[in-house]
Design a protein around this ligand. Structure first.
Ligand code: FAD
Length: 441
């Protein structure tokens, strides 16, 4: 039996997860990537020789089991992720830390008992919402938004401002009033309501290209896989025996092709086949949300009280929701990564103003003057992820054409568009291809 061949378009987390899983089974995979940097929307950005930063601070949770499995499979070291017990720390306002050593639900209950900054009414509201969700087996009306859920379960203003809204934008990258309560409930089910390790925060200590894409590329190289960087595929043409890829230097038809690009690139590739117009139009109509990252290098002696702190945001409070101390997370000392998830009034601000406002916001939270940044950088990802709204159409891995597959964070999933949903879709796609090939390696 000859060894099957598969082409994967896109070396983001989804495409590489798919390629690794195929290569593991013995399939010869070729990955085409338009950029010279691996990782797609989770990649290192060489903005400056000294300050090597990512296109945005990423955070994972312990429940993201497929990505951590792939990291182990491709030889990544567990030391590449900082494992922190779930901690919500808003300086001067809130300190809630789950008790790492205790089993669920005691890790959270104990953390809640000792939490500073929450009244009994707040704590009762939080427990009440978790119980409400559990009673419904975490199944909610499909049209319910996160704001609707918070109203329904009578959450207090402090819980909404300090806990639920920041967690919602961090996890779903969608404002609470637009965000799907079902997807939010899924994340809570698999983190807060699961084991202490599932609710741990995992924060990369290496850059995002180094975390998985580079080890994945090495893994492919040892299994006769090929990675063609700087090689965009411009169109897909159905031919005898599969598909011809416009931009592929080889002339062989590919019997199986995986489109593992962001949705806003997948639609054009699908449309180019001439047989997937409806699917391409549905993907084209997906709404997106931005993420803005403000990096501030404040000097070696500057530290945050925790590796990650919450920031109260809003029209007068400042634009960012979270700040990460990269110095405590394997990065350069004094480098802060401030995150502004989802759409909002900050989108109208020029970059210099964003830097000034974020700097002032940090000063207010820390209650002290901070030095002016030695270096700063604003990275705007206008279409960071799809908007995780109720009832949104998320396609499956299959397309109307035999041999043409999809992988990506935007596909149907229990989870929001994240690294985990990206790699899960990649692995699911590989498994379906292998099943169709009847190939077990
Ligand atoms: C700023 C920011 C912060 C985020 N924070 C988090 C977080 O904290 N936690 C989390 O889990 N997720 C986070 N995400 C989401 C996460 O990054 C994405 O869900 C994930 O990276 C998507 O991976 P993907 O493989 O589906 O798509 P992509 O990463 O978009 O990969 C697609 C790849 O295809 C390539 N490509 C496109 N067209 C072509 C073509 N024609 N030919 C060849 N190659 C092509 C692209 O160059 C790209 O490398 C964040 C995203 C951003 C932008």
């Amino acid at each position: 039996m000859s060894v099957p061949v598969v082409a994967v378009i896109g070396a983001g987390y989804a495409g590489l997860a798919c390629a690794v899983e195929l290569a593991r089974a013995g399939v010869h995979v070729t990955v085409f990537e338009r950029s010279h940097t691996l990782g797609g929307r989770a990649r290192v950005v060489h903005k400056d020789h000294h300050w090597r930063v990512d296109n945005g601070q990423h955070i994972l949770i312990g429940a993201y089991t497929e990505l951590t499995r792939l990291l182990r499979l491709t030889g990544g070291s567990p030391k590449q992720l900082a494992h922190l017990p779930l901690t919500l720390h808003v300086p001067g306002r809130l300190h809630l830390k789950a008790a790492a050593a205790l089993p669920a639900p005691f890790h959270l209950a104990t953390g809640l008992l000792w939490a500073k900054g929450l009244s009994w009414a707040d704590k009762v509201a939080m427990v009440g919402m978790m119980r409400w969700l559990k009673k419904r087996d975490f199944r909610l009306p499909p049209e319910m938004t996160v704001s609707g859920l918070l109203r329904e379960t009578r959450q207090t203003p402090a819980m909404i401002e300090l806990v639920w809204v920041p967690l919602c934008v961090a996890a779903l990258n969608t404002p609470a009033e637009d965000a799907s309560a079902q997807i939010f409930a899924n994340v809570l089910r698999d983190s807060l309501a699961a084991s202490a390790s599932a609710s741990e925060l995992l924060i990369p200590r290496v850059d995002l290209s180094e975390l998985f894409p580079v080890p994945a590329a090495r893994y492919l190289a040892t299994r006769r896989g090929k990675l063609r960087t700087g090689n965009a595929i411009d169109a897909l043409h159905p031919v005898e025996g599969g598909f011809r890829l416009e931009g592929d230097p080889g002339s062989q038809p590919w019997p199986h092709v995986v489109v593992a690009t962001a949705p806003y690139h997948a639609d054009t590739l699908l449309a180019s086949t001439g047989h997937c117009d409806r699917l391409a139009a549905q993907i084209d109509a997906l709404p997106h949300e931005p993420i803005v990252s403000v990096y501030l290098a404040l000097g070696k002696d500057q530290k945050l009280p925790e590796p990650m702190i919450g920031l109260v945001n809003g029209a007068t409070a400042g634009p960012a929701q979270w700040a990460f101390d990269r110095g405590q997370l394997g990065g350069p000392e004094g480098l802060m990564a401030c995150v502004i998830s989802a759409s909002g009034p900050h989108e109208a601000l020029p970059r210099d103003e964003l830097i000034l406002q974020t700097h002032a916001q940090l000063e207010r939270h820390l209650g002290r003057r901070l030095p002016s940044p030695e270096w700063s950088q604003v990275i705007v990802e206008k279409r960071a992820t799809i908007a995780c709204r109720p009832g949104i159409f998320r396609p499956g891995i299959r397309t109307p054409m035999r041999g043409l597959w999809l992988a990506g964070d935007y596909l149907e999933s229990d989870y929001p568009a994240t690294l985990e949903s990206a790699v899960r879709s990649g692995v699911a796609c590989a498994q379906s291809i292998l099943a169709e090939l009847g190939y077990t390696g």
